[in-house]
Ligand binder design. Structure first.
Ligand code: DLZ
Length: 196
């Protein structure tokens, strides 16, 4: 049966067991962010990524996503190149999550193999949305090319809350895009290692 043209196609079978992944999410629109983060984590773990190798960090809004991804990745590189005794990531090395019951974890050493940046931008009455959407998109692209680390684009840019709910899997006809981002992070993280 024809399933529709959208989506990433057949999943690449990739082993995520050796990967370290950062999930950086905005707190604006928290009720939509939470299922997206959950969906991403679910697929990361289904792909073999150990929970202890998933670092979840939050920032106030989507605007802050690029600098958070940049600093988090840079800190993980510094940690990888120094003595293993020091926890150079400090607070950034520990998971903080919106998801109730999510166990706190300490990141193991090594640079992140991929990063997922998650935010929900809902269009308002002004051009604020356009400014943020454009700048954040460019910022995230810059980080992945400057650092050579996949930054999965988990920024929903929607016209209204209903569109966001559908994409967070909160409606009967919806689909949780966070799951796709988690799978993409496993595939791209594993390919980054292969292509190193
Ligand atoms: C200010 C603002 C507005 C109006 N809307 C959103 C939004 O829909 N989604 C989102 O992630 N963030 C929003 N923000 C917050 C900005 O991203 C940013 O956190 C603040 O302007 C502080 O820099």
């Amino acid at each position: 049966m024809f399933e529709g043209a959208k989506g990433p196609g057949a999943a690449a079978i990739m082993d995520g067991s050796g990967l370290r992944v950062a999930v950086v999410h905005a707190r604006w629109n928290t009720s939509l962010i939470t299922p997206l983060v959950e969906g991403a984590k679910k697929k990361l773990m289904e792909g073999g990524v150990k929970e202890s190798n998933i670092v979840v960090q939050s920032v106030p809004g989507s605007w802050e996503l690029p600098v958070a991804c940049q600093r988090l990745f840079a800190a993980s590189q510094v940690q990888a190149s120094s003595a293993p005794s020091g926890d150079l990531l400090g607070e950034l090395g520990r998971s903080t999550t919106l998801i109730p019951g999510g166990p706190p974890s300490t990141a193991s050493a090594g640079p992140f193999d991929s990063i997922i940046a998650i935010g929900v931008l809902i269009k308002g009455d002004t051009v604020h949305f356009e400014h943020i959407a454009e700048s954040v998109s460019r910022g995230l692209m810059r980080i992945q090319l400057d650092f050579g680390v996949p930054v999965i684009f988990g920024l929903l840019t929607v016209l209204n809350e209903d569109q966001a709910k559908k994409r967070a899997g909160l409606t009967p006809d919806g689909h949780n895009h966070g799951e796709d981002w988690g799978s993409a992070a496993v595939e791209m993280g594993a390919k980054r290692k292969l292509w190193a």
